[in-house]
Design a binder for this molecule. Structure first.
Ligand code: MN
Ligand code: MN
Length: 286
């Protein structure tokens, strides 16, 4: 159970997590669908089949006054410039009072404007990025705003301190060059001994659901076999948590409900949602 607000320090009392749905997939390269995810994840969270506790026993049941607020979904136009400007300004507004932000995508392009807002507020941000794909293409099929490009856009702006990628299993020569150019720490899925490296805060966590093997989460656009189990991802999140770094924001992207089977991926996303809330809220409060 969350501690009563009356027992919190003034600094803790101001701390809230805001949840934002970012339904945008206009620049997905293969399939549309992730724009449908935010309401599907909410439905999974509320379907009554699971409780609201994290694995370490913190309760985020909104009915008992947990420390998060749902801002609902953004209304976004197709135009990428207009949409990303809206995402960036909504994120900046959400974190302006010191709140943390959990965003539900959308495809991975949404991470670019979300991180722009984060980097504006937090100097020397470290991004911990879980994905099958490095998403470092300078352009894909002539599109610099493809969901395969957001980490190139982020790193070339030079506002982020460090990018750590885990679960990668689709590295290309071009993206290897990009990773070297930007000094990205890439930990590949084939390195099964890899663990989360030592981090300094503040930290932003970005989870592309296809870091998981499609067997664990079929509701994704790009089936890339050889991926992580759900447990491996939870262990990695616990490794971030154990370091005690401040996690100021997170996103959960690339869930494609059109490809899901029995709502399984939506339930995986709901579990990750709760664990990300726990990761962002200091243990002393939750
Ligand atoms: Mn991605
Ligand atoms: Mn991916």
């Amino acid at each position: 159970m969350a501690r009563s607000r009356s027992t919190l320090t003034p600094e803790e009392d101001r701390l809230t997590i805001k949840v934002l749905g970012v339904p945008y997939d206009t620049h997905s390269s293969y399939l549309r669908g992730p724009a449908l995810a935010p309401p599907v994840v909410r439905t999974a969270l509320n379907n009554g089949s699971a409780n609201w506790c994290t694995e370490d026993g913190r309760d985020f049941d909104p009915a008992t006054g947990a420390d998060w607020t749902d801002l609902g979904d953004l209304e976004l136009p197709d135009d990428v410039h207009a949409a990303t400007a809206l995402i960036r300004s909504a994120a900046a507004k959400a974190i302006a009072d010191g709140s943390k932000l959990l965003s539900i995508g959308g495809d991975h392009l949404v991470t670019w404007p979300l991180v722009q807002a984060m980097a504006e507020r937090y100097a020397d941000l470290t991004i911990v990025h879980f994905d099958a794909h490095p998403d470092l293409y300078d352009e894909l099929d002539g599109d610099r705003y493809s969901h395969a490009c957001p980490f190139a856009r982020i790193m070339e702006e030079g506002k982020v301190g460090r990018l750590v990628q885990m679960g990668i299993r689709t590295m290309t020569p071009h993206q290897r060059k990009q990773a070297d150019r930007f000094g990205v720490d890439v930990l590949e899925a084939r390195d099964t001994e890899a663990s989360v490296p030592a981090l300094t805060g503040p930290v932003y966590v970005s989870i592309d659901i296809d870091v998981l093997d499609p067997a664990f989460a079929p509701g994704m656009s790009h089936f890339e076999p050889g991926g992580w189990s759900t447990r491996q991802l939870l262990v990695a999140l616990a490794q971030v948590s154990a370091q005690g770094v401040e996690v100021v924001g997170a996103d959960l992207v690339e869930i494609n409900p059109d490809r899901d089977v029995h709502g399984l991926t939506a339930m995986v996303a709901a579990k990750l949602f709760r664990e990300l809330l726990g990761l962002m809220l200091p243990r002393s409060i939750g």
